[in-house]
Ligand binder design. Structure first.
Ligand code: FES
Ligand code: FES
Length: 174
């Protein structure tokens, strides 16, 4: 069969081997092949961020990636953010505490994107808002709201829950 290949992904810490259609996106394989329906299909065109997952620790739009090209990669979805004993990730806790969602459709993507974004900031990824893009010192001061908004601007929320989302991320950034 020239149209299918076997790949192995490490998904939320567990190796998963499966046969994928070469045309299938990572998003469809996660949702339909592995029954991980946390990552959502909003636009399917890389414009809304609701499908955001962590790919080898970096945030990525799963709807834009062919699954077959991710063979050997490490994927974390929203289902993998909490500890094995069910303890929520600090960002999940903060989203609950700050009531940072309404319908919740964008939330898995917002969470994965925020996890990746905070790691980028801690690694000294240049500022998204200062004119010269000066990097924050690695591991230094909390991000301000404007910086958080800009760095999460690829994740849309149709409900307009942005103020609470930014507040939750700011809590964890501190
Ligand atoms: Fe992937 Fe919208 S579904 S960016
Ligand atoms: Fe509804 Fe964000 S909470 S789309």
């Amino acid at each position: 069969d020239p149209y299918h290949s076997e790949i192995t992904l490490r998904v939320n810490g567990t190796p998963r081997t499966l046969t994928v259609d070469h045309r299938a996106t990572l998003l469809d394989v996660l949702r339909e092949g592995l029954d991980l329906t946390g990552a959502k299909k909003g636009c399917d065109h890389g414009q809304c961020g609701s499908c955001t997952v962590l790919l080898d620790g970096r945030r990525a739009n799963a709807c834009l990636l062919l699954a077959v090209a991710q063979d050997g990669c490490d994927v974390t979805t929203v289902e993998g953010l909490a500890d094995a004993d069910g303890t929520l990730h600090p960002l999940q806790r903060a989203f609950l505490d700050r009531d940072a969602f309404q319908c919740g459709y964008c939330t898995p993507g917002q969470l994965c994107s925020a996890v990746g974004m905070l790691a980028e900031a801690a690694a000294g990824h240049p500022s998204a808002v200062t004119p010269d893009g000066a990097p924050p010192a690695p591991g230094a001061a909390a991000l301000d709201r404007e910086e958080i908004r800009e760095r999460l601007s690829g994740n849309l929320c149709r409900c307009g829950a942005y103020p609470h989302i930014v507040q939750a991320v700011e809590d964890v950034s501190r």
